[in-house]
Every structure is written in structure tokens, then in C-alpha cells.
Design a protein around this ligand. Structure first.
Ligand code: AMP
Ligand code: ZN
Length: 135
């Protein structure tokens, strides 16, 4: 992807605050962190999102996210970590090159949460049937 700046950052063509690199991924500090130590795991090959990424690259990226989570936890003394991965604008994706957020959290930092809805038994059965249809 010639014009993708995450491709360029992942492949070292644009300077980044890199905290880890291997043949498949680069991990950088997010420029607009939720908390200090907020990292992005970025595959070196382009895929826009979870729908398109090769499963092997996804597995490698997630294994690296695990390593980084352990390191960030030790380094920052955070109280928790969110692993976040956004797909499409409606879900908050702003950069359309797949990446995994590793976000250190402090108790009561109130950085973000999500709201839930309530559903009837019928609605649960209905959505279950829709999702599993054709399996
Ligand atoms: P998302 O909203 O999941 O697509 O996340 C994109 C993330 O990339 C945001 O958290 C941005 O702060 C981060 N970001 C954008 N540009 C840069 C950059 N040049 N260096 C580091 N992080 C960046
Ligand atoms: Zn890209």
C-alpha cells in the first residue's frame, strides 16, 4: 500500500518510538496515548482490518501484544491492560491499517468504558440464530 503511513512506520520508513520489532511486526508508542505506555502492535504487511488480515499474521501480532502487555504491566505498574482493536469507522477505527492497541489502565482513570443494553431471551435466540445460520 504505497500511501499508507502505518505501512511506512511499520517498515521503518518513518521514525517512531519503537519498543519492539521482529520480522512481522513493529510495536510503537501511540502518539496520543490513553495513558503512558500505550502501545500499538503494527504488522509490517498491509491489511485494513480484522476481516482482511492473514490469520498467521494475526496470531503473531496477538502473541506480540501478549508479550508487550506483560512488559508494560511490569514497566508502568499499571493496574490493568486493555487489548483493543477497532474495525471500521463505526467502531472507532481511524487508521485503516490493522493494529492492536495495548493500553495500560489505572484504577479509576475513567479513560473509557462501554455501555451495555438489555435483551430479552427471544432477542438472544434470534441473534444467535442469525449469527450461526449457514454454519
Ligand atoms: P484507531 O483509532 O484504532 O484506528 O487507532 C489509531 C491510533 O493511531 C490512534 O490511537 C492514534 O493516536 C495513533 N496514531 C496516529 N498517528 C500516529 C503516529 N504518527 N504515531 C503513533 N501513533 C499514531
Ligand atoms: Zn498499511
Amino acid at each position: 500500500m504505497g500511501n499508507c503511513f502505518f505501512c511506512k512506520m511499520a517498515n521503518g520508513e518513518i521514525p517512531t518510538n519503537t519498543v519492539y520489532e521482529d520480522d512481522d511486526v513493529r510495536v510503537i508508542l501511540d502518539i496520543n496515548p490513553v495513558n503512558p505506555g500505550h502501545c500499538l502492535v503494527i504488522p509490517k504487511t498491509h491489511a485494513a482490518n480484522i476481516y482482511e488480515i492473514e490469520p498467521e499474521i494475526l496470531s503473531k501480532a496477538m502473541a506480540v501484544a501478549q508479550k508487550i502487555a506483560v512488559k508494560v504491566k511490569k514497566a508502568t505498574g499499571c493496574d490493568g491492560i486493555n487489548i483493543l482493536q477497532n474495525n471500521e469507522e463505526a467502531a472507532g477505527q481511524t487508521v485503516f491499517h490493522f493494529h492492536i492497541h495495548v493500553i495500560p489502565r489505572k484504577k479509576d482513570d475513567k479513560a473509557f468504558t462501554y455501555k451495555t443494553i438489555s435483551m430479552t431471551d427471544e432477542e438472544f435466540i434470534n441473534i444467535k440464530n442469525i449469527i450461526t445460520e449457514g454454519d
